[in-house]
Design a protein around this ligand. Sequence first.
Ligand SMILES: C[S@@+](CC[C@H](N)C(=O)[O-])C[C@H]1O[C@@H](n2cnc3c(N)ncnc32)[C@H](O)[C@@H]1O
Length: 196
Amino acid sequence: MAVWADFYHPDTLAEVLKARRYFLRLSQPTDSDIFVKAALLHVLHGNRPYALSRNSHPITPFHPSGQSNLQTRCGACTASHSTAVPEPATNQLPPRSLIPRDFRQLAKCHESVDAIITSPPFWGMRFDRPNWLRMWFCGWQAEDFHQTSRAFLERQQTSSLEVYREFFTACRKLLRPGGLMILHLGGSDNTTCSRR
Ligand SMILES: C[S@@+](CC[C@H](N)C(=O)[O-])C[C@H]1O[C@@H](n2cnc3c(N)ncnc32)[C@H](O)[C@@H]1O
């Protein structure tokens, strides 16, 4: 079984570890921090030349193969991503806030919203498994894969679909009357829309 160190050239690994430590220490990340972190997560592993890792699957980090990738460095990756965003873009966006938490807490603390666009876990798939390298970068330890993941719908839905009562009740509380809910459901390309 591969471990994170197997994925990188030692010099790239040193950069990845520094970047990981940097982001884990940020208590109040700015929009820019989050953007750069997302860019790094995107290239953390994969089979394209810009990936930081040795050759690996872009979605699931199966055992890497081939040469260590020293050409691509964290700085180069973030520089190339920053050109993807035109400078004034943030001024054109409506006011927004990021609240990363379990949907149950969101329904308790957030005022009502106009729309919910979401993709509940696909049937039969644990998202922490194929994302293990990215979860590691975000600070997850072995215990989180065993225990923290129990709060996730993808694990809960294997015992009973009753958890979706809680999910739809929470969504109903959040959504304003007449609001729009769009669900992207796994297993097909279908997108289901419904009006409350
Ligand atoms: C089909 S994926 C959607 C991925 C998302 N569209 C994205 O681009 O990252 C389902 C996601 O729901 C997350 N999830 C599971 N239980 C959750 C919960 N209780 N609260 C919030 N998100 C949850 C899963 O971890 C997984 O990342």
